[in-house]
Structures are given as C-alpha cells and as structure tokens.
Design a protein around this ligand. Structure first.
Ligand code: CA
Length: 485
C-alpha cells in the first residue's frame, strides 16, 4: 500500500486498520484471519439476494448494503447507479488508454463483457470489529513453516538472490520475507482479475480517481506484454504477483532482471525479486544495515522516551540493551518458542548473522514499544521506515523484519508477548480516544486507530494517574479512563 495509504497504523493498533482498503501492495490482513478476501466468492453468504440490482447480477456476493464509510459514492443507491453506468464509464476511459499505447483491439478484448465485481465494494468499506493482536499476527506470518519454506526458497534461488543482492544492495532475507508475507511465497496471490478489480474500482465507489490510474496501468502492462494476461490476478485491490505489486508500483519499480525483454514479476523469479529489491532501494534502503532489533529496557525506564528517535549511544546511556546480548549475559532466554532445528545461517550471510551489520553508535534509532511494558521492545533503524513504505503498518513491517531475521538464522524474540491481554475492539478504541479527548489529552480526530498521537496522549494520561506510562491501550487503561467520569 505504498505511500497511498490513508492509514498510519501503529503497532498495537489497528491491525483492523488493514481492513481499510489496500491501496497499495495489496496485502490484506483479513486474508489471514478470515476467508473473505482470500477466497473470493467461495463462502460468500447468499446475503441480500432480494436486494440485488440487475446490474449486479454477475456479482451476487455483494451485500447490497451501503458502505460503512458513509461516503456519498458508497451508498447502495450510488453503487447501483454507478454499476448501471459501468459500460459508459469504461468507454470513457478509452481515450486515456489510447494515449498510453493501448490498442483499440486490446482495449476491447479486455473490457468487452466485463461486469463489475461489486463484492469489492463491501471489501472497500470493510470495518471488522475485531483487532488482531501483535502476537496473533506474528504467529501467522512468522510461523515455523514459513521460516522453513523461506529458507528452501533462498537456497533454491541462491544464484538469483546473489545477483540481485549485488546489484541492489538490499538484504535478500528481507526480499524473501516480503515474498513470504505478501503471498506465502506465491501460493496465496489472489484469484481476482486485476483488470476487472481495478475497472470496478475505477468506475464505482469512493476511490475512482486512484483506481483509474491503476486500471490504465494494468492495461499498459498487458499492452507491453510484461505479464501473461491470464496471470494478471491478485487481491481485490489489484495487487498481483508473489510480492503483490500494484500496477502503478509495477510501472515505477519493475525491472527485467533476466533480460528476456519482459518485466515479469509474476512468473520470473529473477524479475520479481529484483523488482522488489529495486522498490526498496528507491525507497531509501540503507545497504548493509538491518531494520532494527529487539532491546531490553532497564528497570525504572522512563517510558516517556517511547517513540523518540535519537542516537544509539544515547539509548545505551539510558540502559537500553540489545535483547540477544542481554539474555546471553544473564544466561537466560525467556522465550518458550520452539527453536528451528537448524539455525545455521546460509553461506554468505554469516556477517549479518553475526551482527556485523549492526549499526554504529552514532546512528539514529527510534524506540518502539508495541505492547507496553510487557512484551518485546525495539530500536528501529531507517530501514524499518523503508519497509513501512512498502506497506504502512508497523505490525506488517515488524513481521517482515522478524521473518527476515529468522530466515537468516536468527532467534525468536527474547521477551514474551503479553498474551493474556485482550485487544480493544474498534468501538472501544473510539471510546478510548473520546475519553482521552474529554479529559484534555490531544488525540486529534478520534478515528479508532491507535497511532503515535494517541499513544502519546495515553502516556500522558497514564502518567497523570500514576500508572506506568507505557502507551499500551489495554482493557485496564480503558477501565481507568471510564472510571474517571
Ligand atoms: Ca524478464
């Protein structure tokens, strides 16, 4: 969801914020936890059949209901009207396609008989109530199976990874981790036609300007013959291929690394990993440096430092230590997770595995405390921000970084997540923000997402009532806020 996202998700946050439409690389968390986006149409309830407008007959899965955004283009009436106008809308895009070198024949071939996929309107405005915790998220994305498969893929395509790493300076493990997280190494790419999805979104709903560009870019990809037409499939938002490029991202970043004349990020491993590396490189990847690392905070740490960025030496002066070193020094490892049977780093990566890519003490790092005083804590380096540009959710970026470390032979986190904590629902997150605002703590406009501003406000509140100001939106904090009324 490159740089297009309207959701600055933050850790404990709103994994629910993933539910906000993917405007980018298309990764959709819901596909991990429920079936709807990943298996389009397969278990869609036969809901609202009576409400189906004639224009939507080919998209029987649509709920027929207005979207939750309350956007005027997302009312059921507006969706039906736009669906009825779908053919005229597409016809109106022809002059724009022609200017991009799309032939009339190709345009016709792609839009003739195309019917809108109105189920996407439900997904565009989907607002699930449940928020997945960090640990649920990482359990799924950094599973033992995903680690083993990733290592096998790194070995299988070692020559390509060698060449790509040399050409772009981006850590191969991060590329493999993106491949693993975005599509489970290409096994969960999505089955929707990118042309149909982007055409639907270009003509119907609240993001037509954005998706018009995606639709035209998808046509350009076909016109150039970069990707096989029947392989241009993906998420409901139009992201395709093992690393889920949006059509416009493809235009910016895709490269023909195997030099066969086509930039095929779907079926060519050299092209897909080089294109992903090129994407990260152009977004500012710092070669030879990691994304960040787990740290242990000293006793009596002042949590008001959370979220701040400063030099690593300053963090060390405050007593912040690398977790792996701290646990070795004390002879304990507090994690009960099963270790990989073989954690040897692969050849060529021993320097990284040994921590030689660790930053200098003058490097800047920001302290991220996803789940408060209990749970893993991190110092994040600039490459973490680069991963966030690929998909702007801290939980996502942390999963990528951690999976990359595990693929390299690294260990699980030393500190255990607070698995006893319950994540607040969307309604509770709203309530938390409204209560904070009522008590004079600045949270901006309540939006149900717990971003850095809300966490700052939460810390200030916690501090004011003598709680440990760790910024974690626990059920206990919400109770405390309610009790103040
Ligand atoms: Ca190629």
């Amino acid at each position: 969801m490159k740089r297009r996202s309207s959701f600055p998700c933050v850790l404990a946050v709103a994994l629910a914020a993933f539910a906000v439409p993917a405007h980018g690389q298309g990764f959709d968390l819901r596909s991990l936890f429920n079936s709807s986006p990943a298996t389009p149409g397969s278990n869609a309830p036969a809901a609202a059949a009576a409400n189906q407008p004639p224009a939507a007959s080919a998209a029987a899965e649509w709920s027929g209901e207005s979207g939750a955004s309350n956007h005027p283009l997302m009312t059921a009436e507006a969706i039906r009207a736009a669906a009825a106008n779908f053919r005229q809308c597409l016809a109106g895009l022809w002059p724009l396609a022609e200017r991009r070198g799309v032939s009339r024949a190709m345009f016709e071939a792609n839009v003739a008989g195309l019917v809108p996929d109105l189920r996407i309107m439900d997904l565009l405005d989907g607002q699930p109530e449940f928020t997945k915790s960090f640990w649920d998220y990482l359990d799924v994305l950094v599973s033992e199976e995903r680690i083993q498969t990733g290592r096998a893929i790194l070995a299988q395509h070692r020559a390509s990874f060698d060449a790509v790493e040399k050409a772009y300076g981006v850590d191969r493990h991060v590329i493999a981790a993106i491949w693993g997280v975005e599509s489970n190494y290409g096994t969960a790419i999505g089955e929707r036609s990118v042309i149909r999805s982007t055409a639907t979104l270009a003509c119907i709903g609240r993001r037509q300007d954005f998706f018009r560009e995606e639709f035209l870019s998808a046509l350009e990809i076909l016109a150039r013959g970069d990707v096989r037409a029947d392989h241009l499939k993906g998420s409901w938002a139009g992201a395709f291929g093992p690393t889920q490029f949006m059509p416009t991202s493809f235009k910016r970043y895709a490269v023909d690394f195997d030099r066969d004349g086509r930039r095929d990020v779907v079926d060519s491993v050299p092209d897909l990993i080089a294109s992903t590396a090129n994407n990260l490189k152009k977004d500012g990847w710092v070669p030879g440096q990691t994304w960040g690392y787990e740290v242990v905070l000293p006793k009596n740490f002042d949590f008001m430092f959370a979220g701040r960025a400063m030099q690593i030496r300053d963090w060390e002066r405050l007593g912040v230590r690398r977790a792996a070193m701290a646990s070795e020094a004390s002879g304990q490892r507090g994690n009960s997770m099963v270790r990989a049977p073989d954690t040897r780093p692969e050849p060529g990566s021993s320097a990284r595995a040994n921590g030689k890519n660790f930053p200098r003490s003058s490097d800047n790092a920001s302290l991220v405390i996803p789940t408060g005083a209990v749970g893993p804590t991190f110092l994040m380096l600039p490459n973490f921000g680069v991963i966030m540009k690929y998909n702007p959710a801290e939980a996502y970026a942390l999963a990528i970084g951690h999976l990359a470390d595990r693929l390299r032979g690294g260990e699980p986190f030393v500190q255990a997540w607070p698995r006893h904590e319950r994540m607040l629902t969307r309604a509770e997150r709203y309530e938390l923000q409204e209560l904070l605002a009522r008590h004079g703590f600045d949270v901006g406009e309540p939006d149900g997402r717990l971003g850095s501003r809300t966490r700052d406000a939460l810390r200030a509140f916690q501090s004011s009532v003598g709680m440990l100001p760790d910024g974690f939106a626990s059920a206990a904090v919400l109770d405390r806020l309610r009790a103040r009324n």
